[in-house]
Design a protein around this ligand. Structure first.
Ligand code: CMP
Length: 422
């Protein structure tokens, strides 16, 4: 691809500035030919993917290549100028024209760059880059054409000539058209008319594309901002107190900072089961590694739990569970800290961190909640519902035993603290 781009830059320049038989022109076409021939050989030995399958059968690869790009590649690889010269065929302009076959290779730039960049690169930025590339490439070719057709009336050095021609191209393409360089003679006028028509198209394309691409560069951010704007408009309409509005905005700010506004569950919902398991395992790996009771748990158990976790976010000072209530679920802390507090919230019995869990006593021992859990800061929690919990406890007795031990210990501790208070 790089060679094709370099060839597309150098060959038109060499057409303007050096004669086809010039050593530099010969060297350039030879170098280009070597790389392009190597490219053809490599392409015959490159597998391709179709409908998710990788095709490695050489015959299939060869058949596909020879019915698609092979002829373009062969035409581009032929050092036309040299061949014609050796064959003794005269005609400068024919040689000039044929050497432009190299430009056909550029048709693959978009696809190749997309593949090289991979999914890690923002597609909008890639498209913006490609748009810039094509506009610049078109400007380069037009500038070279203009130099060829205009000749060198001011008797300038090559670099100054190119800069002047490029300047004329850009002012014409962008429809600025100062009119300081004007055509004389029919050939030049026709050329200018064509460039002006092309320029109007390119200008419209560039303005339109940039507007939509810039808006799409950060899709997640644009969507999040739109959502927050809508929520804020609603809050204002309902005359929600400023403090509460601030809290809602803080919550959205936290969602943006920690997950770029994406809802994990919505993203996962679309995936087929095995892919969902892999992505979920990856997302929750860190949290699971921090939970001591999962230390020797089997992969099956962890998978069973992970696939049934619901991510929930709590704001600072929220009560996640309240003492005395009936418990329907338990929680794992992925991020943030919570306090285990008394009913009147005056006594803090314990503070739990990322990797801890709570809410298991009510489920295991069938009692009302033994304490209130109050968040200290924004908390990312994962909720496990009672049904799944009971199924897991029934299926994995060792795990259930460990959890029961901890629940008993916690309850005793709590009892002791309460007695101490009394
Ligand atoms: P549950 O009773 O369902 O709801 C309150 C939770 O607080 C309880 O489950 C435990 O998970 C947790 N908890 C209670 N006492 C302690 C303690 N002493 N240390 C840590 N966590 C506790």
């Amino acid at each position: 691809m790089l060679t094709a781009v370099l060839a597309a830059l150098v060959i038109p320049l060499s057409v303007v500035f050096v004669q086809p038989g010039h050593p530099i022109a010969v060297l350039v076409s030879l170098l280009v030919a070597v790389v392009f021939v190597a490219d053809i050989v490599i392409r015959f030995n490159t597998a391709y993917q179709t409908q998710g399958r990788t095709i490695t059968d050489r015959r299939v690869v060869a058949r596909r290549y020879s019915t698609t790009w092979l002829w373009v590649d062969v035409a581009a690889a032929l050092p036309v100028g040299i061949v014609l010269r050796i064959a003794g065929i005269p005609g400068e302009s024919l040689i000039h024209l044929l050497s432009f076959v190299v430009l056909l290779k550029l048709l693959r730039v978009n696809r190749t760059l997309g593949r090289v960049a991979g999914p890690g690169v923002n597609p909008a930025i890639l498209r913006l880059f490609l748009l810039g590339f094509w506009v610049m490439m078109a400007a380069h070719l037009i500038a070279c054409g203009w130099m060829l057709i205009l000749g060198n009336p001011e008797d300038l050095m090559p670099i100054a000539r190119y800069i002047r021609a490029f300047y004329w191209t850009i002012t014409t393409l962008t429809t600025i058209g100062y009119g300081d360089i004007t055509p004389s003679g029919s050939a030049q006028t026709v050329f200018v008319i064509l460039v002006e028509i092309l320029g109007a198209g390119i200008y419209g394309l560039v303005i339109g594309s940039i507007a939509s691409l810039v808006a799409n560069i950060d899709v997640a951010k644009a969507q999040h901002r739109e959502k927050v704007d809508r929520v804020n408009a609603f809050l204002r309409y309902k005359a929600i107190p400023a403090e509460l509005q601030g809290k809602v905005n803080g919550y959205y700010g936290y969602l943006w900072e920690t997950r770029r506004g994406y809802d994990e569950q919505v993203v996962l919902e679309d995936l087929p089961e095995p892919l969902k398991v892999s992505v979920s395992l990856h997302i929750n790996k860190e949290m699971i590694e921090r939970v001591p009771i999962f230390e020797q748990a089997s992969e099956e158990l962890i998978k069973d739990i992970i696939m049934n976790l619901t991510p929930v976010v709590f704001c600072p000072g929220d009560s996640v569970v309240t003492v005395g209530e009936v418990g329907f679920d338990m929680y794992f802390i992925s991020k943030g800290r919570v306090d285990v507090v008394s009913a009147d919230e005056s006594t803090v019995y314990a503070t739990l961190n990322a990797g801890d869990f709570f809410g298991e006593i009510a489920l295991l021992l069938s009692t009302p909640r033994t304490a209130t859990i109050r968040t200290r800061e924004y908390c990312d929690l994962y909720r496990l519902d009672k049904q799944t919990f009971e199924r897991v406890v029934g299926r994995y007795p060792k795990f259930a035993g460990k959890m029961k031990d901890l629940a008993e210990k916690r309850r005793e501790e709590l009892q002791r603290s309460m007695n101490g208070e009394e």
